[in-house]
Each structure stands twice: as C-alpha cells, then as structure tokens.
Design a protein around this ligand. Structure first.
Ligand code: NCD
Length: 330
C-alpha cells in the first residue's frame, strides 16, 4: 500500500513547543503538532464565543492598541483577509504586507531575518506566509514576539487545519469515529499535511485519493501508521465516496511543479459533480481550503452538504481565538 516515496521534507527541525490548556500566551504557532486535545477544545470554545460575539455586536475592544503584521511572500485571499478581519473585529490594527513583498525591501534583497526583526519593532504578533519549508521556524528563531505560520511552502498551514477541524466538529457534532477522505494534491498541499497531522490525535479513518505522483509524503504516512490509524490510498474517488463523512478536496498546487507538463497531466484528474454527490451519505460534508480551480463543480454549491463557504467563515472565528490567545487575552 505504502510504496517508497522520497521524504519530501524534514519536520525534525520544527520546534514542537507543546501548548497545553489555555497556555497560548506568547507562543508561536508553527505546527499542528504543538496542540494537544485539551488546547484544541479550548480554542474551539473560544472560537464559538467569538462567533456569538460577532453575531450580537460585530466586534470588541479586546485587542485595542495591539498591532498585527501580515507578511505574505505568497498570494492569499482568505488567510490574509480573515486574519485582518479577526484583528479588526477585536479592536486591533494591522500592517498589511500582503499585496506582494515586491513593494517592500524584500525586493532589495533583505533577508527574512532582517525583515522580521524590523517588523517586530512595530507590532505585537506577525502572521507569515513564505514559500520555504521551515521559514516560520526561522522567523520564530529571530523574533521575540509570536510568529503565526500562515503556510511555509509545502510544509504546514496550522491555522487552516484548526479551522478545518473546527468546521468538521461544528458540522457533524464530533470528530471521533468519522471517515475522512482527502482528494487531490496530497503531496504539495500543506493544508492536508497539517490536517492529517492533527487528525492523528483522533479516532478517525483516513482515505487518501490522489494521482500516483501526488501521494501523501512518506514522512506523514509514517506518522499515521505509527499511530495505528486505519488508512488507505486510492486513485479513484468512487472508492471512497459512499462511506466518507468528510470529503476534503484540494487544488493541484501548480506553483510547486518544476515540470509544467507533469502538472498538465494531473490537473484535471478530479471533479466533484452532482452525480458523484448522489452516491455520498446524506450527512457527508464537502470541504475545500479554497481557491478551487475546477475540482468542485459550481452546481455542487447548492447542495447543503457543500460546507466550504461556512468553512471560510469559521476561519475568522478561529483566528480571532488564536490572536486573543497568543496576545494573552484569554
Ligand atoms: C491554501 C494554501 O494557501 O495552502 N489556501 C488557503 O490558505 N486557504 C490552499 C491552496 O492554495 O490551494
């Protein structure tokens, strides 16, 4: 089942500062491996409170006077916008370096270390997205303020995984006992790396659906197998659709391919259509970190099981909870 795939990256050098209970204050958020179940349930509880607060009064003054820097070396819509919205709804403000670092001194050759050491002079927390694996760890090594990893290349995207898991919990009422199928680019997709590593803490069955060249990296497969989880790999959505409780669909990460001909070969392999949805359980949910580029037909959007825009909204509540947490406003 698991053939030899070259390890794609080495997670050994990612610091695993375990965050326990509500001890988020002052912590970096670099990897999902930092969270235990107690902390996850604390964050989800806070996210629910944030949701209620936003519904009732729109915002609060909890982070008044605090400044967040959003430093994005890669494109983003949801992650950057939801962090900005989260900070502003809590009364804080934002330095947004999200419109392309070409307008910052990065284009003059400034190193990540110097950029971070500069921006921390103005802010209380930095959210970083960068194309290199381990970049969030590098930033954390230099910064005295919390660094939140908003995607380090093909490595991790921990805050996305938290909002994914929160969405599963809110939509289906539980996580334990579920069958979670992930479809698409499992090799380069950082969201599925983080979500899988997070699900290792739960009693779930995993089904991985991908083209041969986009299988889940061996280093993560080993974690799953060591945890004794039920996991199977296939190339075909038809093999998983009837039993899945969660169908987590991903985009083929074009920007990670060195050979574009290879991308062309695999890019249109999967499309979730209303016909496929007919075979799924009534209570199954479809998630996608977005952006989608053809993996889910627009006709599926009308299906109540299509949860991806509700998932988007949950991202803001989770990030409100995280910002309040790392800034010590428990
Ligand atoms: C994802 C990402 O950047 O990894 N987007 C996101 O943050 N919601 C997924 C993707 O780009 O495909």
């Amino acid at each position: 089942m698991v053939k030899s795939l070259a390890p794609l990256f080495d997670l050994q050098n990612i610091a695993r500062v375990l965050i326990t209970g509500n001890g988020l204050a002052g912590q970096d958020i670099l990897s999902v491996s930092q969270f235990d179940r107690e902390t996850l349930s604390y964050i989800f509880g806070r996210a629910r409170e944030m949701r209620e607060m936003v519904k009732k009064i729109g915002g609060a003054d909890l982070l008044k006077g605090y400044v967040l820097t959003c430093l994005f070396y890669e494109p983003s819509t949801r992650t950057s916008a939801s962090f900005i919205a989260a900070m502003e709804r809590l009364g804080g403000s934002v330095i947004p370096i999200t419109q392309g670092v070409q307008f910052s001194s990065v284009s003059k050759g400034e190193t990540l270390a110097d950029t971070i050491r500069t921006l921390e002079q103005y802010s209380d927390v930095i959210v970083l997205r960068h194309p290199d694996i381990g970049s969030a760890q590098t930033a954390a090594d230099y910064a005295d303020i919390p660094i939140i990893n908003a995607g380090d290349g093909t490595g991790e995207h921990p805050t996305q995984a938290l909002l994914d898991l929160f969405t599963i919990r809110e939509e289906l009422g539980t996580v334990d006992g579920l069958k979670v199928a992930m479809v698409g680019d499992l090799r380069y997709g950082r969201t599925v790396h983080s979500l899988t590593k997070l699900l290792v803490q739960y009693d779930v069955s995993l089904r991985f659906v991908s083209p041969e060249i986009l299988r889940m990296p061996m280093v993560i497969m080993n974690e799953i197998i060591d945890a004794g989880m039920d996991v199977r790999e296939t190339h075909d959505v038809a093999d998983v659709i009837e039993n899945a409780d969660v169908l987590y669909v991903t985009r083929v990460q074009k920007e990670r391919f060195t050979d574009l001909a290879q991308y062309e070969e695999v890019k249109d392999q999967y499309e979730i259509t209303p016909e496929i949805m007919e075979k799924a359980k009534d209570k199954m949910i479809v998630l996608h970190p977005l952006p989608r580029v053809g993996e889910i037909h627009y006709a599926v959007d009308h299906d109540p099981r299509a949860a991806y825009f509700r998932q988007v909204k949950n991202g803001m509540y989770i990030r409100m909870a995280l910002l309040a947490g790392v800034l010590g406003k428990a």
